[in-house]
Ligand binder design. Structure first.
Ligand SMILES: *Cc1c(COP(=O)(O)O)cnc(C)c1O
Length: 369
């Protein structure tokens, strides 16, 4: 028998979450963001659930090739654009739309030989200060692109740094929206602004947040972008991934006994613990402390002691019948449909659902459920 850990991916839940994005932005088209191997779910597996999207957005040219190989003929957008001039050849060959966020990318386009003019996303740095032209430089970049025979359509885009917060606070999105609007109001072209947080929190009320295309990622994968303010259930999203394993051993502790490396947990009473075949080499966060939630046979309990490479230890007090072979849910759905949101595990470990799903290790066999 192989080591009992495995991950399950649910295409129907992906499709449900995509419909939720549509409900929040009914008049916009949807880029399903599938970067980082579809947030750890696998492009091929995610594609099975997300074919109702209007396009797929990602970063890696090899991932774009995989999508084309799956038969996707619709739009694909490279969110960081081309990394060097010759990437444009693949863009032409695979008909990829690409972000343009610095001058050299325009120089490369200007000397690129293509029979099919490209659809580009011109990106503004409206305050995030990662990628994009400053508001002051945006218009001349737009004019340069407009003059190129290699370009036929220019969509105007920016990325929001604080869409998980409130609208009008000092770091609220209203500030970035105003900067974007002021610099683009008289420029032709479609608009794309929103990530998941903006789609969930602001798109239903604000047409300028919806724009022509929204770009949800994390919400499609059953994680709330503004946890713990809102959880999965409040946004009516479904988990799309389960990480599960089994108990491979148990121990009886007496008062004063310690558990694991560094003896970081000390029993303050007699108790039974279970040893789970799951560790940081599987992608479970080493930073998860004693108290991190876990399901044993669907019953909620907690981790005790330190996460090691291949094992964790869990308190079996609420599940006295658990023994070697009992199913353990690290996140996702328990054996009888119980829910352990990935966000709760991430929060306990001091991180976000994004990081946990992206970190799922290649050694964990993953199946479509
Ligand atoms: C990753 C990404 C998104 C999706 O963000 P989520 O928070 O996962 O919804 C949208 N736009 C850009 C430019 C991105 O890089």
């Amino acid at each position: 028998m192989p080591r009992p850990i495995e991950a399950l991916v649910y295409p129907e839940a992906l499709a449900h979450n995509l419909r939720r994005a549509r409900e929040h932005a009914p008049d916009a088209k949807i880029w399903a963001v599938v970067k980082a191997n579809a947030y750890g779910h696998g492009i091929e597996r995610a594609f099975a659930g997300l074919q109702g999207a209007d396009g797929f957005a990602l970063l890696d040219l090899a991932e774009a090739e995989r999508l084309r190989a799956l038969g996707w003929r619709g739009p694909i957008l490279l969110l960081e654009g081309c990394f060097e001039a010759r990437d444009l050849e693949l863009c032409s060959r695979l008909n990829l739309w690409h972000v343009v966020h610095h001058e050299a990318q325009i120089d490369w386009l200007a000397t690129h030989k293509t029979t099919w003019p490209h659809h580009v996303y011109l990106k503004m740095n409206s305050g995030m200060n990662r990628l994009g032209f400053t508001p002051a430089a945006f218009r001349s970049a737009w004019q340069r692109l407009s003059g190129l025979t290699q370009v036929d359509e220019i969509t105007l885009t920016t990325h929001l740094s604080d869409a998980d917060g409130d609208l009008n606070t000092s770091r609220g999105i209203a500030h970035q929206l105003a900067i974007f609007e002021a610099a683009t109001h008289d420029l032709a072209g479609e608009r794309s602004i929103s990530n998941s947080a903006a789609t969930l929190r602001f798109a239903p009320k604000l047409a300028e947040v919806r724009g022509d295309w929204v770009r949800p990622g994390i919400m499609l994968y059953g994680s709330s972008p503004d946890f713990p303010h809102h959880g999965l259930a409040q946004w009516k999203l479904q988990p799309t991934m389960t990480l599960r394993s089994r108990l491979i051993g148990t121990q009886l502790l007496q008062v004063g006994d310690t558990v694991g490396y560094g003896s970081s947990f000390t029993a303050d009473r007699g108790m039974r613990i279970g040893i789970v075949a799951c560790g940081y080499a599987d992608g479970y966060p080493r930073s998860a402390p004693t108290g991190t939630p876990v399901l044993v046979n669907g019953v909620r309990t907690q981790m005790v002691g330190r996460v090691s490479m291949d094992m964790i230890t869990v308190d079996l007090t609420p599940v006295p019948q658990a023994y070697v072979g009992t199913e353990v849910t690290l996140w996702g759905r328990g054996p009888h449909g119980e829910l352990l949101p990935i966000d709760e595990v991430a929060h306990a470990a001091g991180t976000v659902g994004y990081e946990l799903m992206c970190a799922l290790a290649p050694r964990v066999p993953t199946h479509v459920a």
